[in-house]
Design a protein around this ligand. Sequence first.
Ligand SMILES: Cc1ncc(COP(=O)(O)O)c(C=O)c1O
Length: 398
Amino acid sequence: MIPYGRQSVSADDIAAVVAALESDWLTCGPRVEEFEQRFAEFVRAEHAVAVNSGTAALHLAMLAAGIGPGDHVITSPNTFLASANAAAFVGATPDFCDIDRLSYTLCPDSLRKCWRPETRAVVAVDYAGHPSQVSEIAEFAHSQNAIVIEDACHSIGGVLHSGKEVVHIGGNNWADMTTFSFHPVKSMTTGEGGMLTTNNPEFAERARIFRSHGMIRQPELFTGLAGNAFPEQGPWYYEMQELGYNYRITDLQCALGISQLQRLPRFLERRREIVQRYHAAFQTLPHLTPPAVRAGVDPEQIAWHLYTVLIDFQAIGKTRTDVMSALRERGVATQVLYIPVYLQPWYAKTYGYKPGKCPNAEWYYERALSLPLFPAMTDEDVETVIQSVKEVLPGGGA
Ligand SMILES: Cc1ncc(COP(=O)(O)O)c(C=O)c1O
């Protein structure tokens, strides 16, 4: 079975993890800092904070920005649950504006319409690797004193614009913070893991504090224990000034991350090659819409994570389940990403969200199917997927 996504682990990756296991550090050691530095350099960010998941990075972004009860946070409905849940974790209200019908990312016009006086943050999700319209989103959000968090879990190593000025996802000033996931289906992996990048030193510092229980060890920040009890502040001394979490990542994971980061350019290149072959094969297939690229975005610079096609199931007279089973019989696994988050029972029950809230996201969800895309796919695998889709869909000529 060809899965829809899969990690690629080499002998070098394994050797890097074994070396970490044989070292003095299993949890937060020198490899965490090295991974942060190398990742920051890769995306041209001033600061990078490594954590144990993309979800943790999103939660830390909310905490670092001081988002909390009474605040309203807008995100895309076409995302994994975590992009919205992070706002709920801090007691803010997650809300959703619609996506555009071309890149399936957050639509700036819809964002303006959904805006409320209490909106404090926007989480723009780079669905499938296609960059969100962060410059336009940021221009508006910043004018309203809100911040922009770019959820780049799908777009590790992508750029927003190329040509004269290359603007890296994770290293630009439109997004106040950018979050990444290193889950095995993503473009590089640490097993579980994530990263928050920012050019704002205060956000980075706060994210580091919340990453480890809200503890600080810098004497210049100490305020003293309750009632100034036990004033001696020796080398053991620490203070907890915020309610933080254990979101630390380990040296083992970062050893893998450092090694995978070196392989990332090749991973992305292979993903683009496969996307090109799919594009060429599917461009003229009736009832199927391949992913498109918004004007101004360089297709050569997209860090494709998913290859999601839209299929007009009504027109072909088959359900999505039928199509998925027929592909599965041919050895091709597919996935549906994503159900509009606001339709989830918890969101409906907690915030009263109803069908019809984001018509484009629902239109998209009815049609979406993600085909296999990962760097270890052989040319034969790619051909199997193409032929299988052509066999299963009418008009494929196979
Ligand atoms: C868009 C998006 N945001 C956030 C996450 C959460 O990342 P993680 O699984 O590393 O917690 C994911 C991962 O599935 C994702 O795809």
